[in-house]
Ligand binder design. Structure first.
Ligand code: NAG
Length: 461
């Protein structure tokens, strides 16, 4: 072959490669949202942008009503012999927990604790949005930087998830030159944040509401940390409003780009070490085992993404039913083998979350009657319109970090999420902990977060 032919062949190949690369590299557009929607009932009203102090103060009437319902004879079904939590919430365990809730758990005492951090309400896009605020305390330390942080919970969580980590974020910590002014909002339809009256309020719309909240409080730029829906909301905020986000830190995280998905498939066939490192193998494979685990653990998701109001009617009518539904998630998502335990691990003295804190969380759902609106969030986020936007595939260029807890539902290796997060500052593989990281391992999560922000802040800007 003459050198001319070789050269033209090389040019054709280069042009083709360039074309393919260009196509693969074309970024999906950032979705455009209505900048000023109205989610409240009925027609738009005149705006009220005041921020009002709020106290958790459940009425005696509501408290008596809960007590009366808990005192009703239980209509439980004996579990199958030796099944433990294989069939879901074991009703012997449920009976024990309900008894504790009725006789030992003291709501008024818990309420005082829950009011330790100040709470506020403000109206955004037609909805009353609740948030808790942790004031940064430098404790006289010099050269310590105060930075705003938006801390976002998930399902079936609430702001209650953050009581332990709050102190570690708002006060000086060893090896850290920063403390945080923490704003911890409730997702619309969760706890004290009003649920939307209109269809279509998903994670992107929530991101816009939270951005308006931060701006209203005087924070144009801030850090983000989230798990579960909090992770999805934080990641979409970092993608959509890079100019407002100083950095985003996630526990539980997924990218959904072409590159990530190709790697996932290739990794299933190729030996370890080629696309997925030996250490990362167990996060994703064996695929059949992971798919089986995923099918076992995500029935709730399918239900909530399609018919949330049906299951909502059942759960909002009885505190016992509501507790069964939420408790089972705390059992399954803290350790994947908990279903083998007689009590799902929940009553074990080494269970990573105090039972009363789980009951606080359940009480918030009960008293606010928000389980149905919280579950509708799945329907909104899995709607064809929301899925078409696929924010998980759009590159995010703000400084990012991930804490991978081994018993979480889903964590991708660093080289997978790198297809979405272009500036990964730190990625830490924890040895213990599951889905409710802020509740289970507040110290580990806080340490990762401080480390991340210190690195970002030390960069020359
Ligand atoms: C349930 O717990 C018992 C007692 O610890 C154990 O013997 C049994 O194997 C467990 N069942 C399952 C399905 O793991």
């Amino acid at each position: 072959m003459s050198w001319m032919k070789l050269l033209s062949a090389a040019i054709v190949v280069a042009a083709l490669a360039y074309k393919i690369r260009e196509k693969a590299m074309a970024e999906p557009p950032i979705p455009e949202l209505d900048p000023d929607p109205w989610w409240g009932p009925g027609a738009r009203e005149k705006g009220d942008s005041s921020v009002r102090p709020f106290k958790i103060d459940i009425s005696n009437k509501d408290l008596d009503d809960l007590k009366a319902r808990l005192a009703l004879p239980l209509r439980l079904t004996p579990p199958l012999e030796k099944a433990n939590f294989t069939y879901g919430m074991n009703q012997d365990t449920l009976k024990e927990i309900v008894q504790h809730w009725r006789l030992k758990y003291d709501w008024r005492k818990r309420e005082t604790l829950l009011n330790f951090y100040p709470h506020f309400m403000t109206k955004i896009e037609g909805l009353e949005i609740h948030f808790m605020r942790g004031k940064a305390q430098t404790k006289g330390a010099k050269d310590i930087k105060v930075l705003p942080l938006l801390l976002i919970h998930g399902w079936p969580g609430t702001f209650v998830e953050f009581y332990d980590i709050m102190l570690l974020l708002t006060t000086p910590q060893e090896d850290s030159n920063v403390v945080f002014e923490v704003i911890c909002p409730s997702i619309p339809g969760y706890g004290f944040s009003q649920g939307s009256a209109k269809q279509g309020l998903g994670h992107m719309e929530t991101g816009q509401i939270f951005l308006k909240l931060m701006k209203r409080l005087g924070y144009d730029q801030f850090y983000l940390q989230g798990g579960d829906w909090g992770s999805i909301i934080a990641s979409s905020m970092a993608t959509m409003y890079p100019e407002n986000v100083l950095g985003v830190h996630l526990n539980m995280f997924v990218a959904n780009t072409l590159g990530t998905n190709l790697k996932l498939i290739l990794g299933a066939f190729l030996p370890a070490g080629i696309v997925v490192s030996h250490e990362d193998q167990e996060k994703l494979y064996p695929l059949t085992e992971k798919i089986g685990m995923f099918a076992r653990e995500t029935g709730y998701l399918h239900l909530q993404a399609t018919k949330p109001d049906t299951i909502g009617a059942a759960l909002n009518q009885s505190p016992v039913s509501l507790a069964a539904y939420i408790l089972e998630k705390f059992s399954s998502w803290t350790h994947k083998d908990n279903y083998k335990e007689v009590d799902g691990g929940l009553l074990h003295k080494h269970f990573p979350i105090d039972l009363d804190k789980i009951l606080d969380n359940i009480c918030i759902y009960w008293f606010t009657g928000s389980i149905t609106t919280s579950m509708r969030y799945y329907a909104e986020n899995f709607s064809p319109k929301s899925m078409a936007n696929n924010v998980e595939s759009i590159p995010c260029r703000v400084p990012s970090a991930m804490s991978a807890f081994p018993h979480d539902l889903l964590n991708q290796p660093e080289n997978f999420v790198a297809h979405k997060f272009y500036d990964i500052v730190s990625y830490s593989d924890q040895l213990v902990g599951g889905h409710f990281a802020a509740m289970e391992r507040p110290k580990l999560l806080a340490r990762d977060f401080h480390k991340f922000v210190n690195i970002v802040e030390s960069r020359v800007k």
